[in-house]
Design a protein around this ligand. Structure first.
Ligand code: ADP
Ligand code: ZN
Length: 681
């Protein structure tokens, strides 16, 4: 039996399952309980108040901090056939009138409102009159006075709840204890709401770090194999955003710069272009983010090391909110580490705050210099235990490790014997026995450590020093021009009480030839481009962001399933009843147009025995798409998969699983039928 919530999930939003945690939150909110839900970005928070709003009577008032995002959410809901409206300072008169008409006629289910509105007495009267049944607060951490997104008007929400005496559902991706406590105090009068804390994992985001080695070339290379996909490049400085954006444009990308020093209007312009267009790259400082609600950002690259593990997690988290595959790359090098350390040391924060900032930076450096699965390491920082993920660079290609204890001890000894007064270059000269003028002038060629490190080339020594900084065994001293000091953490190693494992570097990884990353199998790529072109045309005509028509995830699913009828189209993830009606025929026509050209996977098999097999596998799959009795969940394999099966002719279920990579659901559904087809010839 489908619950009412599941029914709406499928008929309105076109999704066939809840994301983890959504079902419980929807149930609590729909039951009228006060709730606080902490979910990672991309966890699907909006649905958790939109569905209950549709299930109940009355109007759900949604408080959200950014007008542009409210307008886009309202557009998305309307496209899905939901009666929603926004009252913001950006409204035209007609828009406002339409909202009031919808309220008066009792049609409107969701009313979005900027927090500034709460200051006016008329707002309370309005919200009483329209029978507000629920207050939903998006980005609830904006009530926190200590956070960087503080919005004074959010402090009025508590009083509003009291005055209306209705339940409140608060949503945020910020999970730290202090913020949570503040939300409970300010929004719920201190009475603990039912609280949901979702895990932090974003399994569809691929994680990768690289040591800087011609960083501009690394970023250009990363972007080049993802041409046409929307992405963000984060840079440490404003100047760099401009030069890197230019370089990307010269390389033939759609790109623009964004930073806090730009005029407000120019910034808004970039935000709205990014939100609307498909395939734009924004090269930005960290100022870019809060105003971004785009579900199909396909990649995020860091041209410089972020300032903490939290910042890193938040910035990469903007990718892949639609659930389709997304990729990230963070570049770092010794200069980044030095820069971030100095930034903390020279800041004005009190000592305990500085220590905490160093710890957050250390956690990020530990992730950068990790010797095993990065996701495991990232999640363990947030207190979660995980298996190796299979979706990070170190799972893809385990690093070469070596026992670095001896090397580290030699380096520490060089540092101590020279009075903790020098940086890496000079120390490496001493270790490798290079009698430079500086070395001779200071008599360092007479030290016992002189030349003890001849076994490693200079580049390897640089990697050792960088990793020592990364493991916080040494720190650059800002008061002595960045000369290295040994930290307490290094003492056990120096005394021979602890050992340290290092990575053999890593530069080689950067030199690997990058492979073009497409979102679908090669055979389906032309169809995906055609579907995207159709989406662009429709979005421009309707003057909405492209993703409001359909996010990438939906087009990818469409390109793989190739529905031929409206019924089949309805099975595609993200195609609800209203969108099926508005856009189904247009996209079916695109698919039919491609089909007329015969599927490329089939063309490759033409005139071969495998061609006939492919056709029979297709037919068998179509018969079983909804199971033996025709009532099951829709399943299908891609054309590329069927082609592989037709060519390799597996004889057992195990072979089928290995060759086609089918999951257990599809194996159960199709496995024995496919084998029967293959056995016939
Ligand atoms: P958040 O606010 O938590 O970052 P959103 O509410 O913006 O996330 O949702 C991110 C994307 O995920 C949206 O494109 C939304 O349509 C999609 N989404 C939400 N729930 C589901 C689901 N159950 N199945 C598939 N997609 C979903
Ligand atoms: Zn991993």
């Amino acid at each position: 039996m489908m619950t009412r919530a599941e029914e709406l999930l499928s008929s309105i939003f076109g999704f066939d399952a809840f994301r983890p945690g959504q079902a419980e939150i929807v149930a609590a909110v729909a039951a009228g309980r006060d709730t606080l839900a902490i979910m990672p970005t991309g966890g699907g928070k909006s649905l958790c108040f939109q569905l209950p709003a549709l299930m109940g009577r009355g109007v759900t008032v949604v408080i959200s901090p950014l007008i542009a995002l409210m307008r886009d959410q309202v557009r998305s809901l309307r496209e899905a056939g939901v009666e929603a409206g926004a009252l913001t300072s950006g409204n035209t008169e007609e828009e406002t009138e339409a909202v009031f008409a919808g309220l008066d006629e009792g049609r409107l289910k969701l009313l979005y409102m900027a927090p500034e509105r709460l200051a006016s007495g008329a707002t309370l009267a309005l919200l009483r009159r329209i029978r507000t049944s629920l207050i939903a607060v998006d980005e609830a951490h904006c009530v926190s006075q200590w956070g960087h997104d503080f919005r004074p008007d959010y402090l009025r929400i508590g009083a509003l709840k009291r005055a209306l005496n209705v339940p409140l559902a608060a949503f945020t991706a910020t999970a730290d204890e202090e913020t949570r406590a503040e939300i409970v105090t300010r929004l719920f009068d201190g009475r603990a709401p039912e609280t949901f804390l979702r895990g932090f994992d974003r399994p569809n985001i691929h994680l990768a770090f690289q040591v800087k080695d011609q960083p501009r070339r690394q970023i250009l290379g990363f972007a080049a194999v993802r041409k046409g996909q929307s992405g963000i490049v984060y840079c440490g400085t404003r100047a760099k955003t401009e030069t890197l954006a230019r370089a990307l444009i010269e390389a033939g990308h759609l790109a623009c710069a964004y930073h806090g020093g730009m005029e407000a209007e120019a910034r808004r312009d970039v935000e709205s272009r990014f939100q609307r267009e498909d395939g734009l790259i924004v090269v930005a400082t960290v100022a870019f983010g809060m105003g971004i609600d785009k579900p199909d950002i396909r990649w995020v690259a860091h041209a410089d090391l972020p300032k903490s593990i939290e910042a890193y997690y938040q910035e990469i988290g903007r990718a892949g909110r639609d659930g389709a595959a997304a990729e990230t790359l963070a570049l770092y090098g010794p200069d980044d580490i030095r820069f971030r350390r100095t930034q903390i040391d020279e800041g004005l924060a009190p000592a305990d705050r500085k220590a905490a900032d160093h710890a957050r930076l250390n956690a990020l450096l530990g992730l950068a210099e990790a010797t095993g699965c990065r996701r495991q390491r990232l999640l363990s920082y947030f207190g979660e235990v995980a298996e190796p993920c299979g979706n990070c660079d170190l799972c893809d290609r385990p690093p070469e490790l070596f026992d670095g204890t001896e090397a580290v001890r030699k380096a520490l000894s060089a540092i101590l014997r020279t009075g903790e007064s020098f940086g890496a270059a000079h120390l490496i000269d001493i270790l490798t026995g290079s009698a430079t003028e500086k070395v001779r002038d200071r008599g360092h060629d007479g030290l016992p450590t002189f030349g003890v490190g001849r076994d490693l080339p200079k580049a390897e020594w640089q990697a050792v020093f960088r990793q020592m900084m990364g493991h916080d065994l040494i720190r650059p001293d800002p008061e002595r021009h960045g000369a290295f000091r040994m930290t307490e953490a290094a003492r056990p190693i120096l005394r021979g009480e602890a050992r340290v494992t290092l990575r053999r570097d890593t530069i080689r990884g950067a030199a690997l030839k990058p492979v073009v990353k497409t979102l679908v199998a090669e055979e389906d790529a032309p169809l995906l481009s055609a579907l995207k072109a159709k989406r662009r045309a429709l979005a421009e005509a309707a003057r909405v962001p492209a993703y409001v028509i359909f996010p990438d995830r939906t087009l990818i699913d469409m390109a793989e399933r190739r529905p031929r009828t409206l019924d089949e189209m309805a099975q595609v993830s993200g195609v609800g009843a209203k969108k099926l009606e508005s856009y189904g025929p247009a996209f079916l026509a695109v698919i039919a147009g491609e089909a007329a050209r015969i599927h490329p996977a089939r063309v490759k098999l033409a005139g071969r025995a495998a061609g006939a097999l492919f056709d029979r596998l297709m037919a068998t799959q179509a018969e079983l798409a909804r199971g033996e009795d025709g009532t099951g969940k829709h399943l299908s394999c891609t054309h590329a998969t069927l082609r592989r099966i037709a060519e390799a002719r597996p004889a057992t279920i195990a072979d089928l699983e290995r060759i086609a990579g089918l999951g257990s659901q599809k194996l159960d559904r199709f496995g024995s039928a496919f084998l029967a087809v293959l056995a016939e010839g």
